[in-house]
Design a binder for this molecule. Structure first.
Ligand code: G3P
Ligand code: CA
Length: 266
């Protein structure tokens, strides 16, 4: 955690706010994303959390991977991840695209990543498919036997967030969304009020938003007043990270956990 001094409640009283540093797809600046190499490197760099993306394979195994197809990071084919069995996925090279040093790095199962979480740290599991994954996720988490606060779920699908929270109320769930600025009107959508309303309606514990200039101390305060946490992605720029930490966000997702922590501590 990085402790940032922030102004609270609009008054010039400094407050201490712990900012959780979350390694995006593992330490993905240095190692191939969503592999055991990038996850373990992130823990070595003493990140607070690691974020991974997951899908359900054709034979109902939960695997870590970001894209829908294997084109970019799984050997170059157009095959869809959800159409492959685990045995087929395990044959792929998920490391060479990043560096020859990582040749042969495999697509990991969630069940291979869960045991790597150190005490006091947590894994952000981003679900990239639909609610069909929920019973399998529940089974994997139960089998791994990690503490409830060592994992949490994030997803753009509000239906997935709702189902996860319903099935595993002990897990923290953050609803992912992205705000965009209309080039002509300058208006930001979706509006914060609407994001808060959806998050509350699905019983999410917070929002996980694309870092943007709209997120300032007042914005954060509005989220906190709704009893929601606020995480942001993906920030590699130290100035932007400092600004967001001072605004009071709970956590920052970054490809460069150690670099960003050093920059924030300075
Ligand atoms: O942490 C959330 C962020 O990872 C969402 O975007 O495309 O990197 O999965 P993406
Ligand atoms: Ca992600």
């Amino acid at each position: 955690m990085v402790i940032a001094t922030i102004a609270s409640g609009g008054i010039n009283t400094p407050a201490l706010q712990a900012v959780e540093i979350v390694a995006h797809r593992g330490a993905s600046h240095d190692a191939p994303e969503n592999t055991l190499a990038s996850v373990n490197l992130a823990w070595e760099k003493n990140t607070d959390g690691v974020e991974i993306d997951v899908y359900l394979s054709k034979d109902n195994q939960i695997v870590a991977f970001h894209d829908k197809t294997m084109k970019r990071t799984g050997g170059g084919t157009d095959l869809r991840i959800v159409d492959q069995t685990l045995a087929e996925l395990k044959k792929l090279d998920a490391g060479s695209w990043k560096s020859p040093k990582y040749k042969g790095e495999q697509i990991p199962l969630l069940s291979e990543i869960l045991p790597t979480i150190p005490e006091g740290k947590r894994l952000f599991i981003e679900v990239k498919c639909g609610p069909e994954i929920v019973p399998f996720l529940k089974a994997d988490l139960k089998k791994a036997g990690r503490k409830a606060d060592q994992t949490c779920v994030i997803c753009f699908g509000s239906d997935v967030c709702r189902d996860v929270k319903q099935e595993m109320p002990e897990l923290k769930v953050y609803w992912l969304s992205g705000q965009r600025k209309d080039k002509e009107t300058g208006e930001w959508t979706p509006k914060l009020e609407s994001l808060i309303e959806t998050a509350q309606s699905i019983h999410a514990d917070g929002l996980d938003l694309n870092a943007n200039e709209k997120i300032d101390a007042e914005f954060v305060q509005q989220v906190k007043q709704a009893n929601l946490g606020l995480y942001v992605w993906t920030v590699n720029n130290p100035d932007e990270a400092n600004r967001l930490a001072k605004a009071g966000v709970d956590g920052i997702t970054t490809d460069r956990p150690a670099f960003l922590r050093d920059a924030l501590e300075k």
